[in-house]
Design a protein around this ligand. Structure first.
Ligand code: SF4
Length: 346
């Protein structure tokens, strides 16, 4: 089991649930925009958020952002230890910085002193895009893992152990091997992710394989699914991944692929259900099936299901039809029934 590290009031590691995180795309000092984006991420299930700190304005904005959002905020800083210290003094909950990039030993000590004084953990790590020790090792994934571990050693020498570690490659196998290697050597919480994972479908495939494999092996304490574009998508995918892995409660919408027997637009209705209730934190399985021929039988394990018929749709539970609905009333009625189920379950 990994060591417990507190990120604000959220426990990371120590056998606690895997934490979903994401990163804002707004200029951090534009506080209203940043807070609005964080709220949208929280709505989808984000439990920790990283913001980029590019200058003093960003670092000073942390105080107000922290006052307005209820999840831990992490400062992402490249090179400049003064920005890290300023972020710490403004109430940040964790800093993402590599001490090896800061420069002099004195600067590293200054940062570590501030982190200790304020009880702020540091995430260190390596990405294949910015590998420092590629030439030292025969394989890139070992260089990736060792680069991350090198950053850990710098902090440990200064008796700082409030550490989270990450090793990310855009290659699935490299990500898997590097994280397994790290997991065998240190017990700090591991932040999982595939870096530069690409646009939607590509990232989902790569992230699901790499992160899913590691989580099934008991590796990983927090994750970020990196997807180009709106970070809300990252959080949705991360939640679905954890639900599919049995690590989270959540709504699962199963839907048939549709075929020439389909009497309703399966994709449209399943999308409606996802958007209406996809972020509820209860175990609920909803089936959306194109027809009654196979739909009711195949969807009988669901808490509630809908199947198309010639003149509308039927709603079923446990393989039995409970109601017939006209298509124009279907969305509204289905949502009502799901909400009744939700009330009964909470
Ligand atoms: Fe086709 Fe009906 Fe099966 Fe959907 S449930 S794939 S519509 S047979």
């Amino acid at each position: 089991m990994s060591k417990l590290v507190m990120i604000g009031n959220v426990p990371l590691g120590g056998g606690n649930p895997i934490v979903i995180q994401s990163m804002t795309t707004t200029k951090t000092s534009k506080v209203d925009e940043t807070v609005a984006q964080i709220e949208a991420l929280i709505h989808e299930g984000c439990e920790m958020v990283r913001v980029a700190i590019l200058d003093e304005e960003d670092a000073r904005a942390i105080g107000e952002i922290k006052r307005r959002v209820r999840i831990p905020v992490i400062a992402d800083i490249q090179y400049d230890h003064r920005l890290a210290i300023l972020s710490i003094k403004n109430g940040i909950d964790k800093v993402r910085i590599n001490p090896g990039n800061i420069g002099s030993k004195e600067k590293i000590k200054e940062l570590v002193r501030a982190a200790k004084d304020y009880g702020v953990p540091i995430r260190v790590g390596a990405n294949t895009g910015s590998l420092k020790y590629r030439d030292r090792y025969p394989e890139r994934w070992i260089a990736l893992a060792e680069s991350a571990l090198e950053e850990v050693r710098i902090l440990e020498e200064l008796e700082f152990t409030d550490i989270v570690i990450s090793a990310k490659s855009s290659d699935v196998m490299e990500t898997i091997k590097a994280n397994e290697y790290i997991h065998e050597r240190v017990d700090y919480p591991i932040h999982l992710g595939v870096t530069e994972a690409g646009i939607y479908e590509t990232s989902i495939v790569k992230s699901s394989i790499a992160i899913g494999h590691l989580i099934l092996k008991g590796i990983g304490d927090t994750l970020r699914v990196s997807i180009a574009g709106d970070p809300v998508k990252e959080v949705r995918v991360a939640r679905k991944m954890l639900i599919a892995l049995g690590k989270r409660k959540g709504v699962e919408v199963i839907a048939c692929p549709g075929c020439s027997r389909a009497e309703i637009d399966v994709e449209k209705l399943a999308t409606f259900v996802e958007n209406a209730i996809g972020n509820l934190k209860i175990d609920l399985k909803v089936a959306v099936m194109g027809c009654v021929v196979n739909g009711i039988g195949e969807g009988k394990d669901a808490d509630i299901g809908v199947a198309g018929v010639r003149d509308g749709a039927v709603i079923f539970k446990g393989g039995r039809i409970i109601e017939r609905v006209r298509l124009e009333d279907l969305n509204k009625r289905l949502k009502e029934l799901i909400m009744e189920l939700k009330e009964a379950k909470t």
